[in-house]
Design a protein around this ligand. Structure first.
Ligand code: PS7
Ligand code: MN
Ligand code: MN
Ligand code: MN
Ligand code: MN
Ligand code: MN
Length: 350
């Protein structure tokens, strides 16, 4: 709870952690368990990107308002006292923007080396999001990779910058943006697969047409996959997306193998083990199309968080779910003639 008076220097600090806990279930705890040198910069990085994402997600905002906000966010985030009260009433994190000035106050107190990393990512992400709001669509697999780069790969690149600026991780970790990007892509693609129904109902879709187009009748559209009579096509499409995301797993392991600081490893590894366990849950699962909202169970999540403490544990988890998916795959051989992902799944798992 907020104990500081509104005009005290503690107020904005307390408000930021209040917002962190309010806007994220998954990241709030691990961010607060990070090494003290990194905890606050990562918290402010999170809130900055949560602010951007709240603007991007808001389908009630006119592009005349939305685009300048997205494209100018790297400047806005330096404007003392800036707030935004015009978010749609259903935007779940609108309160963050209503009181965004507290994030700016704390951002301006960070060491300049951290500010530079965060502002650089906000600039690249905001402009990328704006390109897609302006009409760019996720058509090809390359578009899919580009969109995921903007909204998640860049988070991996920015976090890596913060880790290495802190001196807790080696500067050589920043050498290959390739692996940093792939860490974010792995999480975002799992999120996009999971949110098929939710995004469709919101009038958005991120599944690449280059893939789903193979499984729907001409002009039928992505929505036809949720019709019961099309379930075999839908599952075949889903499984091809699972192949696409599973191919990222070896690069994620390679990235995590380089980490030295235990709290940084734990922070990076928790979302990754949740992601691989989620793929095992979504794979060939019709609930993605019928009910949506698939989530791994609470007890399993607790176990995974514990197993993500060490890199050996992370490797065990990846191995376990690779075997699990391979087993599910072998059990369904020949059952869905629409599905041509048997071999690719089997290869990705091995
Ligand atoms: C700075 C921790 C660790 C090298 C707000 C962590 C939304 C999947 O929209 O909340 O609610 O469905 O479920 C996080 C790489 C980014 C990528 C991206 C910033 C891993 C704005 C996470 C989080 C890089 C765009 C949250 C990418 O999912 O989404 C910090 C290394 C924000 C990471 C969004 C998604 C993140 C996401 P939603 P979720
Ligand atoms: Mn979420
Ligand atoms: Mn978004
Ligand atoms: Mn979002
Ligand atoms: Mn989503
Ligand atoms: Mn969502």
């Amino acid at each position: 709870s907020i104990t500081a008076k509104k005009d005290s220097p503690e107020y904005s600090y307390q408000m930021c952690y209040y917002f962190l806990n309010k806007t994220s279930r998954s990241f709030a705890r691990v961010i607060q368990e990070l090494h003290p040198e990194l905890c606050h910069p990562v918290c402010i990085f999170y809130l900055t990107l949560r602010g951007l994402d709240t603007i991007e997600d808001d389908m009630t905002l006119d592009n005349k308002v939305k685009l300048p906000l997205l494209r100018g966010f790297d400047k806005i985030m330096y404007k003392k006292g800036w707030t935004f009260k015009e978010s749609g009433p259903n935007e779940k994190d609108r309160i963050l923007l209503v009181d965004y000035d507290v994030v700016i106050t704390e951002f301006l107190k960070l060491k300049p080396k951290y500010q530079v990393v965060i502002a650089n990512i906000a600039k690249r992400m905001g402009n990328g999001m704006a390109d897609f709001c302006e009409g760019k669509k996720v058509k090809t697999v390359a578009d899919y990779d580009l969109y995921c780069h903007y909204v998640a790969g860049l988070v991996g690149i920015g976090l890596t910058g913060l880790f290495s600026e802190s001196g807790l991780e080696s500067a050589s970790l920043t050498e290959s943006e390739y692996l940093q990007n792939r860490m974010g892509l792995f999480l975002q693609k799992v999120n996009i697969i999971k949110d098929y129904l939710e995004d469709w109902k919101d009038g958005r879709s991120f599944w690449p047409e280059e893939i789903w187009g193979k499984y729907v009748w001409e002009n039928a559209g992505l929505g036809s996959l949720s019709k019961p009579e099309n379930i075999n096509d839908a599952l075949a499409c889903l499984n091809e997306l699972c192949v696409n995301v599973l191919k990222l797993a070896p690069d994620c392991l390679e990235y995590m193998a380089k980490l030295k600081e235990p709290s940084v490893l734990h922070f990076c590894a928790i979302p990754q083990v949740m992601a691989i366990a989620s793929i095992a849950l979504f794979f060939n699962n019709n609930v993605v199309f019928t009910k949506g909202g698939l989530k791994i169970r609470r007890g399993l999540a607790v176990k995974l968080i514990y197993e993500a403490t060490t890199f050996d544990g992370v490797k065990e988890v990846f191995k376990k779910y690779a075997l699990d998916i391979a087993r599910q795959n072998s059990l369904r051989v020949g059952k869905n003639p629409k599905d041509e992902s048997f071999m690719p799944i089997s290869e990705a798992c091995s």
